[in-house]
Ligand binder design. Structure first.
Ligand code: THU
Length: 144
């Protein structure tokens, strides 16, 4: 990551809370094939936090990433606006391209905290991770 690493202990209470939720979700990852556990947590505009873990499948193309599970949980609960997302993996991996596209549907400049399991974090945002994204406005869905 281009961003500087931040020690998790120095994060704001709001980021710590979101990261803790992502870490707990990671414990629930269903990843018997890759053994790569991912946890994500997204905060909706009203403050509520929704979490997700990756859910794999024997038919590997059906695997879903933690970030998309978190966003879909929130959207299915009626949320449409998001203020922050945290994702944690052992090496501190950034969200995949598919997840970035799903995020940008709802939050163009979403602040994103990427964390590893050794206590390091990197603060970035969706504009940085997905510049020149395919825009939802081409379908006129901007006001929904
Ligand atoms: N994975 C995620 O959950 N999020 C990402 O952004 C990338 C990859 C999951 C999918 C699969 O279960 C495992 O990590 C290995 O690719």
């Amino acid at each position: 990551m281009k961003a500087e690493a931040i020690a998790v202990q120095t994060l704001s209470p709001a980021w710590r809370e979101l990261l803790d939720a992502a870490s707990q979700a990671r414990e629930r990852a269903y990843a018997p094939y890759s053994r790569f556990a991912v946890g994500a947590a997204v905060r909706a505009a009203g403050g509520k936090v929704y979490t997700g873990s990756n859910v794999e499948n024997a038919s590997s193309g059906l695997t879903v990433c933690a970030e998309r599970v978190a966003i879909w949980q929130a959207v299915a609960a009626g949320e449409r606006e998001f203020t922050a997302l945290a994702v944690i993996t052992e090496p501190g991996a950034t969200p995949c391209g598919a997840c970035r596209q799903v995020m940008i549907e709802f939050a163009a400049g979403l602040p994103i905290l990427v964390a590893d399991t050794a206590g390091h974090a990197w603060l970035t945002d969706l504009q940085t991770l997905l510049p020149d994204a395919f825009p939802r406005v081409v379908y006129g869905a901007a006001s929904e």
